[in-house]
Ligand binder design. Sequence first.
Ligand code: GTP
Ligand code: MG
Length: 486
Amino acid sequence: MVRGLMLLAAVTAQQIALVVALLVALAILFALLAQFLVRPPAKAPPAELPEAAPKERLEIAAPEVHTPAERLAREEKARGAVEAAEKSLAAAQAAGNSAAARAEIARYQRDLSDARRKLEYEQRKSQETVEKLRRQAEAAAREQAEAEARAQLLAQAEEARRIEADRRQKLADLETGRTLSEGLAKTRGGFMARLNALLGTGKELDEAALGELEEILFSADVGVRTATALLESVRERLKRKELSDLSKVKAALREEIERILSLGATLSQAGHGGLPELAPGVAAPQVVMVVGVNGTGKTTTIGKLAARLKIGGRSVLLGAGDTFRAAAGEQLDVWAERAQVPMVRGKDGSDPGAVLFNAITRARADGVQVVLCDTAGRLHTKANLMDELKGLKRTLGKAHPGAPHEVLLVVDATNGQNAIQQARQFHEALGVTGFVLTKLDGTAKGGVIIGICDELKIPVRYVGVGEKIPDLKPFDPHEFVEALFG
Ligand SMILES: Nc1nc2c(ncn2[C@@H]2O[C@H](COP(=O)(O)OP(=O)(O)OP(=O)(O)O)[C@@H](O)[C@H]2O)c(=O)[nH]1
Ligand SMILES: [Mg+2]
């Protein structure tokens, strides 16, 4: 029985094992069949699959402020993430079509899309940063340009103020050099002292007094004609009972002298004193020809005048038309330097006409306003030299139509009545338009100015009362008479 039972158990265990084995075999067979029947066999995914793309999510919610370098780094990192995601996806796609591979592909596609959005975000942020920096740089550049322009304007205004103050100071200096009164001290001490002594007495005006007056006037270098005319006017007034005593004679003489001196001045375009400006419509440069006897002060006057005109705001050029006297060019050069104006000169002994022609041509080219032409001194009695001067004047007209606009005759007051003679002859030859009476400071013969004005009716433009720049004074008849009668 036991044996029977054991046999039965063995048979049953064998059958169970057989059934189980059969079932397992069937399951395997079924699974294999299912694989072959449903889809082609899949390759196992390669072990060397790249790492999955980073899972970082967008940070749009909390924008951070980054430096440009940080921005670039972030953008670069995002780009790297996109590339990595692309590689992962490509590898997954190459891996086959198993369910696992598809799952991988889907995951990498999501990663790639995230990485791309992140890259776009970073690129946009970088672009915004670039824009912001560009705007900041533009604003800074604009501010700097404005600040520079403001500073430049301020500097220009400051420079203009400085130049104007300097000019005013120099003009003031011109006026405060030696005064006209100081310059006329010797003349006042000469015939004027005698006149004042006679007329200041308040004595009765008798024949003896009149005789003395006549004698003083004839010795006053005013010239016979003018002395006679002055005496005549006194006698006239006496007849009309306008003059009772000698003090009234003094007032009458003073009035008469101012009238004579003003006559010349009123004939000038400029009115009293100084070089008149060109009339409207007349083309610059204004050409001034300076003439006179040797040593009267032509070159010195040109130098002083150049400085005065320059300070007054006019541009000036000097023409060294004295090629005759050795060192005349150097002398003018020193003045050009002192007055800070350009100069045109030629070789010693060269043709003065050519030099002055060049000077005017250059002034025209450079837009210079005034050309002061020096000439060699000459005696008014030397006909050939005066003819040469006439030729020179014509040359100036060829260089510039209408030139010379001014013929300035420089007369030395120390020459006394001879100056009147000089003036007459220079005027005849050239048509003098104005006088400069120099060296009034060194002579008692200042009365000559009255004679010149009376005889020639030509304005005195300037008087010289010394060798320095401020010593050239624009002529003002009233001021002159004041200083003379002191
Ligand atoms: N005291 C005084 N001296 C003057 C005045 N004007 C000129 N001089 C002097 O007179 C001298 C002659 O002056 P220049 O300017 O050389 O005379 P210039 O007419 O050019 O002479 P040339 O060219 O030789 O004909 C110089 O020593 C001047 O300094 C003045 O108003 N007063
Ligand atoms: Mg000279």
